[in-house]
Design a protein around this ligand. Structure first.
Ligand code: FMN
Length: 177
């Protein structure tokens, strides 16, 4: 058996970056593989003891592929250690930066009926220069309404990497217990 599989869903690469960062911490002590949900059929998930699943939010929801993956593996995930993190722009706001208070995390866990041992939410990145025309202006409008950055010439990263490090270290402790 292998120790940990990190599965991520990432449209613009930020959740992938966070997943790789968590992997780089855990790999000091454990066997870790990091894989996109798009390539999940390349691995035998029954050969892992622990799972970390990360997904970003786009237009109000996490990826359908991740939701289906969790639903389809509910038996396995009920038996193994699992943890979850969400990445979204709303989590940059105090009061919406915990799994209990972030509306996307609450909705996601209800929709999947999944009870990961540990959940977390990280503020993501607003990457205007790399967005398509339509997304750029919709996101800018949402940022305007929610007092976020509206300068479309630059990227804005909100992720608190200390919180990401703590999440990884807590998972390490959970697994070692
Ligand atoms: C098209 C688009 C839609 C988004 N919709 C939401 C949203 O509904 N709520 C939110 O909090 N953040 C939203 N975001 C912010 C993303 O969650 C954030 O940029 C995150 O870092 C993206 O991670 P990824 O690069 O792994 O996909 C959106 C971003 C984009 C580009």
């Amino acid at each position: 058996m292998k120790d940990i599989l990190i599965v991520y869903s990432s449209k613009d690469g930020h959740t992938k970056k966070i997943s790789n960062h968590i992997g780089s911490i855990l790999v000091k002590e454990k066997d870790v593989d990091v894989i996109s949900i798009d390539n999940i059929s390349d691995v035998d998930i029954t050969s892992y003891n622990n799972f970390i699943i990360g997904a970003s939010v786009r237009y109000g929801r996490h990826s359908k592929k991740i939701i289906n993956f969790i639903r389809n593996n509910s038996k396995l995930f009920g038996e193994q250690y699992t943890s979850f993190f969400s990445v979204n722009a709303t989590a940059r706001k105090t009061g919406k930066n915990t799994p209990e208070k972030n509306p996307y995390v609450v909705k996601f866990l209800e929709a999947t009926s999944w009870k990961p041992r540990r959940s977390q939410v990280f503020a993501g990145k607003i990457d205007y220069p790399n967005y398509r025309f339509y997304d750029k202006f919709i996101i800018r409008f949402i940022m305007f309404l929610t007092s976020g950055p509206t300068n479309i010439d630059t990227s804005h990263e909100f992720t608190n990497w200390d919180r990401v490090n703590d999440f990884a270290m807590n998972i390490m402790k959970d697994i070692e217990d």
